[in-house]
Design a protein around this ligand. Sequence first.
Ligand code: HEC
Length: 167
Amino acid sequence: MVCRILAILIASSAFALPFNDDLVGTQPKTGQIMRSEPKDSIPIGGNDRYVVPAEEVLSLTNPNKKPTEVQLQRGKRLYKANCTQCHGIFQDGNYHPGAVQPWIMGLDLSTPDMASKPDGHFFGSIHYGFPAVGDVKVMVPYGYKFSIDEHWDIVSFIRSMQSERRK
Ligand code: HEC
């Protein structure tokens, strides 16, 4: 009986704590929830997870020149779940600030200034955090959460907000 109660206690606390202290410290620094891959290695499963180093990320361009409605909707869903709380969202002809930290400048990603930045800036900020290069991050990296395709769907959605605003 005592054993059983103990087992339930241990099992339930394991479920209650998906992260340990080590991961909380590591994740914002590396953007990964597991030990980082050795330098220059390519994960089993192919090249589809490979992203160029942060120093080269600005030169990436969105492979979806004309994103489909499905890709845009997926980008919007991911953006709303992961970015709106800080960056706000441009919809129905207006910019709606995020609930968190609305006083920080530079969070509105739909402005003409943001529209003039290259695709790689958005990809890089998502994948490596902002700024993409360097150890000190104003925004933590979210790359570990998304597949490469999902990164680009979010970028496509940000572009669609920017052109919506220009209208
Ligand atoms: C916890 C709050 C938070 C979340 C969530 C967040 N960001 Fe950020 N992000 C920031 C802050 C703070 C900055 C720095 C703003 C600045 O100083 O320009 C930033 C910067 C950026 C920049 C660079 C802006 C520039 O000035 O050039 C981009 C692009 C960006 N974030 C995209 C995203 C995307 C896409 C998501 C969702 C996957 C996201 N962020 C989620 C807080 C957040």
